[in-house]
Design a binder for this molecule. Structure first.
Ligand SMILES: Cc1cc2nc3c(=O)[nH]c(=O)nc-3n(C[C@H](O)[C@H](O)[C@H](O)COP(=O)(O)OP(=O)(O)OC[C@H]3O[C@@H](n4cnc5c(N)ncnc54)[C@H](O)[C@@H]3O)c2cc1C
Length: 391
């Protein structure tokens, strides 16, 4: 039988939408089908850092994320060229770092255990909304639904079908996993050192590439893979300085890793884009709405897991109300997102992105990351984080 609500993509955004619907309207949730092109546990390139809001939203769904293998970073260090400011949360870890294959698999198991239906290994190829419903063509069969949720990530098909000509703002990212420790460069003159000493519980962001027109940072997080301590490194570039000369993205990453005794070429480098939020982003057409990266993630740091979970909550309410009113225009969805605590946080992040990266001079970046701790901490806690409780 065809579902009433078809969710394309079983990542955090799609699963959160389904779980929130199940909590708001259990009867409606029996008419939900999630289509996921991969099979769990599936690989997803991601550093896996969960901010406090992700945990708040999961707790509200009655889920305990500490069941997922993780590493906690007690401190976040925002640096420029190796020194800067330290950020902590009151009486809790600053970031919880999971692996996405494990986290998404856990979330999918929770969704299934609550009666939600997920079809794995099926790829959506086309979405055709019309007056009476939506036709969804896949590589296996054709579905008809009342409503479609596009939760298919930054490269998703849903957005491309409903907004083929809309502008897209995309960040580029590279990521690499290494062992937690390095004995330093094999160079007779250099003293051996162990990366890890004092770094195990710290997540580093270093904005040194900004003066070279890479509007982002290099990261170095603790993580674990199969219970073994590792480090996850990467580089994020919003692309907002892409009209100027830039080095290849892997050059600053290699430089930072070399500073700490790692050779980038020894490890497997992977890349993936993030589609980010801009106030002009369209988020729905009649009968189809977008969530997660498909709608737009954080442009400032590329944080998207908590945001995907948050969109899920807003989309579920929009859908539940649309069935009550029998009106699937989704006219108010964008307004709902923008007026929510999540929307306000995204708007602030978008505004900060368009200030701190274009002001790319070294002296400004030093001032920002080394001397403005009270201002940044206030903005982060008041306007960027802690929206999960208010959504
Ligand atoms: C290198 C990198 C590092 C990152 N690090 C962090 C971090 O540390 N913290 C953080 O919060 N965010 C991070 N992000 C961002 C985060 O990964 C995303 O914001 C998040 O995954 C968005 O969730 P989503 O559910 O919208 O999309 P996704 O997680 O991409 O899920 C989309 C799902 O849809 C499925 N799908 C796609 N197309 C189809 C189709 N045609 N048919 C059926 N199914 C389909 C996919 O298989 C996938 O399971 C990072 C991203 C990258 C690239």
């Amino acid at each position: 039988m065809d579902p009433d609500i078809l969710i394309i993509g079983g990542g955090p955004a799609g699963l959160s939408t389904a779980l929130h619907l199940q909590r708001m309207d259990p009867l409606l949730a029996t008419r939900v089908l999630i289509l996921e092109k991969a099979r769990y546990p599936r690989f997803k390139l991601c550093a896996g850092a969960l901010v406090v809001d992700a945990e708040v939203l999961l707790e509200r769904l009655g889920l305990d994320v500490s069941e997922v293998p993780h590493v906690d970073a007690d401190n976040i260090q925002f640096d420029f060229e190796g020194s800067g400011l330290n950020f902590r949360m009151w009486k809790r870890h600053a970031l919880r770092i999971i692996r996405r294959d494990e986290f998404d698999n856990w979330l999918a198991i929770k969704a299934k255990s609550r009666g939600l239906e997920i079809m794995e290994g099926i790829t959506v190829k086309n979405i055709i909304p019309n007056k009476d419903g939506v036709t969804i063509e896949t590589d296996q069969e054709i579905f008809h639904a009342q409503v479609v949720v596009g939760a298919d990530g930054s490269n998703g098909i849903t957005r491309r079908c409903i907004f083929p000509n809309a502008p897209v703002y995309t960040a580029r990212l590279l990521e690499v996993l290494t062992p937690a420790y390095s004995c330093g460069p094999a160079d007779a003159s250099s003293k051996p050192f162990r990366l890890g000493t004092g770094r195990e519980q710290v997540a580093y962001f270093d904005f040194f590439p900004v003066p070279n027109n890479i509007a982002g940072y290099v990261w170095d997080f603790p993580t674990q893979v199969g219970g073994e301590s590792m480090r996850c490194w990467g580089i994020y570039d919003t692309n907002i300085l892409s009209d100027q000369d830039r080095p290849q993205l892997k050059e600053p990453l290699a430089e930072e890793m070399a500073r700490l005794g790692f050779r980038l070429s020894d490890y497997e480098l992977k890349g993936h884009p993030i589609r980010w939020f801009s106030p002009g982003n369209q988020m729905s057409v009649p009968r189809v709405l977008l969530v997660g990266d498909a709608a737009g993630a954080d442009p400032l740091l590329g944080e998207g897991i908590s945001i995907a979970l948050g969109y899920g909550s807003l989309a579920a309410r929009e859908i539940a109300e649309s069935f009550q009113r029998n009106d699937f225009s989704f006219n108010g969805y964008r307004r709902r997102v923008m007026g929510s605590a999540l929307g306000r946080s995204l708007l602030v992040r978008w505004a900060i992105t368009h200030i701190i990266y274009p002001l790319k001079w070294k002296w400004f970046q030093i001032l920002l990351w080394r001397f403005l701790k009270p201002v940044l901490t206030f903005i982060a806690k008041r306007f960027v984080l802690n929206w999960g409780k208010r959504i």
